[in-house]
Write a protein that binds this ligand. Structure first.
Ligand code: TYD
Ligand code: MG
Length: 467
């Protein structure tokens, strides 16, 4: 009879075909041990050897996750690190992967041991970095080794709950006849490590160097083998972004934001206004420059404020052109056309420049109404109120369409001192009563322009008619 791997609970002897964190029979934790057992043929198992387990006995997701101790990482991973999962962390050399991993090792919420395997640096070098980061965690073990069997031996001794391999390009196995970094080596070593951690419910973080020119073959292969793929990348203004491009345990549109400081990576905990230019609107500068407004956007699962800046000037070439580095220019053309047709704003033979301060890119449709208001303000050279923001989609017919998560946008806006929020009518709102005094709902772009500029000292109706 053939041999097959089964898992047996140390406490009660209950058997399972695969590893489980909690025994469905006696409820004890982490008690399953790998055993070899005879394979029963199909007929036998059809006669009652298969066992179902009560749904209520299966541990829920929270118990399956570990907190990394770093908010931004937990969120990008979908609410913490899934136990027994393999995570690839890719990025250009120098972006801060090793720093991030060492900080994670120090802050992860566990009493178990953490093994940091480095093929790139000596223990001395790692120590220097740890000192710089002010890390003196007792449960981090460091290993400078690149050969897989040696690493596995150490794993067997240390029995960590989390292992970091930095980087997969340096790993190699003496059983494979090719040099480190070679696709076959990466494939083999990654597979072996994943198998090892899966059967023991250990977490694996694999670091991969990825160059700008393109994602090199090795890490690409590893991407298919791991549960989660994170990329660490440069954003604007020194911001470093951690994005998830594959995640079996969460969504992929979250981003984590960090800045690199003298003492390691710091989280940008409250990115809501990270991209907003802070102006001191006192004394003579009580007004914003024309063409500037705040958009409340919803990207991933977070609300951000972004500052839209527009400039409208007579076209040098006689024909109007649109310039934008951060917003799709077709979107701006469409909004400009709606402004001409439905708001009677003359834009022909004008060059239109639109940008988002801080250089972040926004794809979300809610940015259309703020863009329209910003272009309008730039064209008539009348500033918008400083504590006003907006969100909404602009349709070709000049109507405003509701956008998602308006509740959260309004709440965040109000919490951060926005006192007037322009939104489309029909926006789904429960908070109307609480924030009602801040909200102005408009059915059309024309109506929103009218109401925004009519309350202003510059004589709105005049301005509106003049254009
Ligand atoms: P590193 O984590 O080694 O990047 P990677 O592993 O992705 O190649 O470090 C990235 C850069 O960050 C490095 O040039 C030095 C710098 N750095 C700081 O500015 N502050 C710090 O506290 C640390 C540890 C590094
Ligand atoms: Mg490194």
């Amino acid at each position: 009879m053939k041999e097959k791997t089964i898992f047996e609970c140390k406490t009660c002897g209950h058997k399972e075909p695969r590893w489980l964190g909690r025994c469905p029979e006696c409820g004890s934790w982490n008690g399953f041990e790998e055993k070899k057992g005879p394979v029963k043929n199909r007929k036998q198992s059809e006669h009652g050897t298969a066992v179902s387990i009560p749904l209520s006995s299966i541990s829920n997701e929270e118990e399956m996750r570990l907190s990394s101790g770093i908010n931004e990482i937990d969120r990008v991973l979908g609410g913490g690190i899934m136990k027994g999962s393999a995570v690839l962390v890719g990025g250009e050399p120098g972006i801060g992967k090793s720093t991030l991993m060492l900080q994670l090792a120090a802050s992860v919420n566990t009493n178990g041991r953490i093994l940091y395997v480095s093929g790139e640096e000596s223990p001395g070098q790692i120590k220097v970095r740890a000192e710089r980061l002010n890390i003196s965690s007792e449960n981090i073990e460091v290993l400078s080794e690149t050969e897989l069997n040696s690493i596995v031996n150490v794993l067997n001794n240390v029995k960590p709950v989390l292992v970091i391999a930095d980087s997969i390009q340096t790993l190699h196995s003496s059983e494979i006849d090719s040099s480190p970094g070679n696709v076959n080596q990466i494939k083999y070593c990654t597979r072996q490590l994943i198998e090892y951690i899966k059967t023991r419910n250990i977490v694996l973080f694999l670091v991969a160097h990825v160059t700008k020119e393109g994602i090199i073959a090795g890490p690409k292969i590893a991407e298919h083998m791991v549960d989660t793929v994170l990329y660490f990348d440069h954003g604007e203004a020194g911001v470093r972004m951690l994005r998830s491009v594959k995640n079996r345990f969460g969504s992929v549109d979250e981003i984590g934001l960090f800045t690199m400081t003298e003492t390691g990576l710091k989280e940008i905990r409250n990115p809501v206004d990270a991209f907003i230019m802070h102006r001191n609107l006192t004394g003579e500068n009580k007004e914003l420059p024309p063409g500037i407004t705040t958009a409340i956007v919803y990207e991933g699962t977070r609300v951000y404020f972004v500052e839209i800046q527009s400039l409208v000037v007579p076209a040098k070439a006689g024909i109007s052109r649109i310039f934008s580095d951060t917003i799709d220019s077709r979107r701006i053309s469409r909004i400009a056309a709606v402004l001409e047709k439905h708001v009677k704003l003359k834009l022909s033979s004008m060059d239109i420049y639109v940008t988002i301060a801080g250089g972040i890119h926004v794809n979300e449709v809610g940015i259309e109404l703020p863009i329209a208001l910003s272009i309008y303000s730039a064209r008539i050279n009348v500033p918008l109120p400083p504590n006003m923001a907006s969100a909404g989609e602009v349709s070709l017919s000049g109507e405003l369409r509701p956008v998602s998560h308006m509740e959260r946008r309004i709440k965040t806006g109000a919490d951060l001192g926005i006192r007037r929020i322009i939104i489309p009518v029909n926006s789904k709102l429960k908070t109307e009563q609480r924030y009602g005094k801040f909200i102005t709902a408009a059915a059309t772009l024309r109506e929103s322009v009218k109401t925004v500029f009519s309350k202003m000292s510059t004589g709105p109706q005049d301005t509106f008619k003049k254009i």
